[in-house]
Design a protein around this ligand. Structure first.
Ligand code: HEC
Length: 135
């Protein structure tokens, strides 16, 4: 008697587990997340306003970077005409507010100022990123 009760219990558990297993395939969210999930999302910006930010920032981006839509041709940092191709807005924002997190190949950390995240407000940063990625 005891044994068949135990068997019935096991059978029920197996059936339950099978039922759960079937539905878990339908979850829309991945269960394992690799890497970091970006905390900041980049708002839509105004490229024309971003052009102003590019030259009004202190120090001006154009004092170190070449970027032809802005008419700047300095060579201290990477040529943004070339290096921004294929990057997304989140990466560009990250490169501006946290420049030492990832260093462009062939360049030294500590040269690009780390102050822009404080100096520029969210709108100015969104505009600047729009200018850099949409021009
Ligand atoms: C004092 C010089 C200097 C100034 C001013 C400066 N940068 Fe930079 N920037 C650098 C250097 C050097 C690097 C390469 C090292 C690194 O990746 O941080 C760089 C990297 C970058 C990158 C990443 C490029 C890549 O190929 O990954 C972006 C984007 C960028 N700067 C945008 C800006 C913007 C926008 C401004 C103005 C708000 C600015 N920089 C101001 C020197 C400067």
């Amino acid at each position: 008697m005891r044994r068949s009760l135990a068997l019935a219990l096991v059978t029920t558990l197996v059936l339950l587990a099978a039922a759960c297993g079937g539905s878990s395939n339908e979850t829309a969210t991945p269960e394992t997340v690799e890497g970091e999930i970006p905390q900041q999302t980049v708002a839509e910006g105004d490229p024309a306003a971003g052009k102003e930010v590019y030259s009004a920032a202190n120090p001006a981006c154009g004092s170190c970077h070449t970027f032809s839509p802005a008419g700047s041709s300095a060579e201290v940092g990477p040529n943004l005409d070339e290096s921004l191709a294929g990057t997304d807005k989140q990466q560009v924002l990250e490169a501006i507010v946290n420049p030492d997190a990832e260093i462009a190949e062939g360049y030294q950390p500590g040269i690009m100022p780390k102050t822009y995240g404080e100096e520029l407000d969210d709108k100015q940063l969104a505009d600047l990123v729009a200018f850099l990625t949409e021009s």
